[in-house]
Design a protein around this ligand. Structure first.
Ligand code: AVJ
Length: 327
């Protein structure tokens, strides 16, 4: 496992500029959802996870509370690698179970935010003195490098239904990256939101308190602060709707007026009244779709765990037997 290596501010700034310039020049303007999560955005997301409408987090947590111990006792991993580490709650459930199983040696949280990882790692080192806490600063969309020193077998976890932020191609690529990083005894644990009554899904992304709207608008605050842009947040409105054909929530920021916004390093961006920036997609899955995605990526689903209402799934997958074409 390579040690923590934060990317320089200039390289992160260059990537943000590039993503914004590219995204806002498209016919359907868009911004990558990863820029929601500055300190304020992370706090707002935390608040979302506690909203009555947002069923995802609590359903996943209930499944993890129920199944973590038996999963860990069965899989006996020596390392837990968590992609997009996020809130530490679910992590503790898994770590407790891994320690209980008696096999846990290393926890490697992976996240784009070095600051976030440092804070979380310091706390976990105190709580889990028997575990090596080895944070890795990396973008989950990039090829995964687990390093030669990681104790195996490893359990690679990607929870919170963050996979939904990737379009089908991107999700397949991410799964293929995971498969390539896996050794035969390793397992992959995915948390995925399932298809259901669209009204239930739309309500989850349109809470009455407007926390999701604040979270959505926060990305403009990030561009104002980090790029010196001059978005007027009172002239953009939150909209989230379920696309029944593509099985996904789309979250947009809709310009209320014709307007121009200046972004230093990008230029002037014109918005027509009613024109939107798509800020997030959140894809919903079913068993057949996930089966196919895993097979395409070179994995197979070993366990499919859902709640009785089939709201949400925990999926355990292994790498398919190595073929002669494997490195
Ligand atoms: C953290 C990406 C899983 O898509 O449901 C919550 C983010 N966006 N409310 C999701 C989110 C709006 C969330 N993920």
């Amino acid at each position: 496992m390579t040690s923590i290596a934060g990317r320089s501010d200039t390289s992160l700034h260059a990537e943000l500029l590039h993503d914004v310039a590219w995204g806002l020049s498209r016919a359907q303007k868009e911004l990558p959802p990863k820029y929601f999560y500055d300190r304020r955005g992370s706090e707002l997301f935390d608040e979302i996870t506690r909203l009555p409408e947002y069923y995802l987090t609590r359903t996943e947590r209930a499944l993890l509370d129920c199944w973590s111990t038996s999963l860990m006792v069965a899989l006996r991993p020596r390392a837990l690698v968590e992609l997009g580490a996020g809130s530490a709650d679910k992590t503790r459930t898994l770590l407790d179970a891994m320690v209980y199983a008696g096999t846990g040696e290393v926890y490697a949280p992976m996240d784009v935010s070095a600051e976030f990882l440092d804070d979380a790692s310091a706390r976990l080192r105190e709580e889990y003195p028997t575990l090596g806490i080895e944070p890795v600063v990396a973008d989950i969309a990039d090829p995964l490098d687990l390093g030669p020193a990681l104790p195996r077998p490893a359990l690679i976890a990607f929870l919170g239904s963050t996979i939904g932020n990737f379009d089908p191609l991107g999700a397949r690529e991410l799964l293929a990256n995971v498969a390539r990083a896996m050794q035969p005894g390793d397992r992959f644990l995915l948390g995925a939101d399932l298809r259901k009554n669209p009204a239930v899904i739309e309500t989850a992304y349109n809470d009455v308190q407007g926390v999701t709207a604040e979270f959505n608008l926060n990305v403009l605050r990030v561009l104002n602060r980090d790029l010196g842009a001059n978005f007027d947040l009172t002239t953009f409105e939150h909209r989230a709707f379920y696309d029944r054909a593509l099985h996904r929530i789309e979250m947009h920021l809709v310009s209320t007026d014709d307007q121009r916004v200046t972004i230093p390093g990008v230029g002037t961006v014109a918005f027509a009244g009613g024109e939107s920036i798509r800020t997030e997609i959140s894809c919903k899955y079913d068993r057949v779709t996930l089966d196919n995605m895993f097979v395409d990526a070179g994995m197979k689903i070993e366990r499919w765990i859902t709640d009785s209402a089939q709201t949400y799934a925990l999926v355990v997958a292994s790498r398919e037997r190595a073929t002669s074409t494997d490195a």
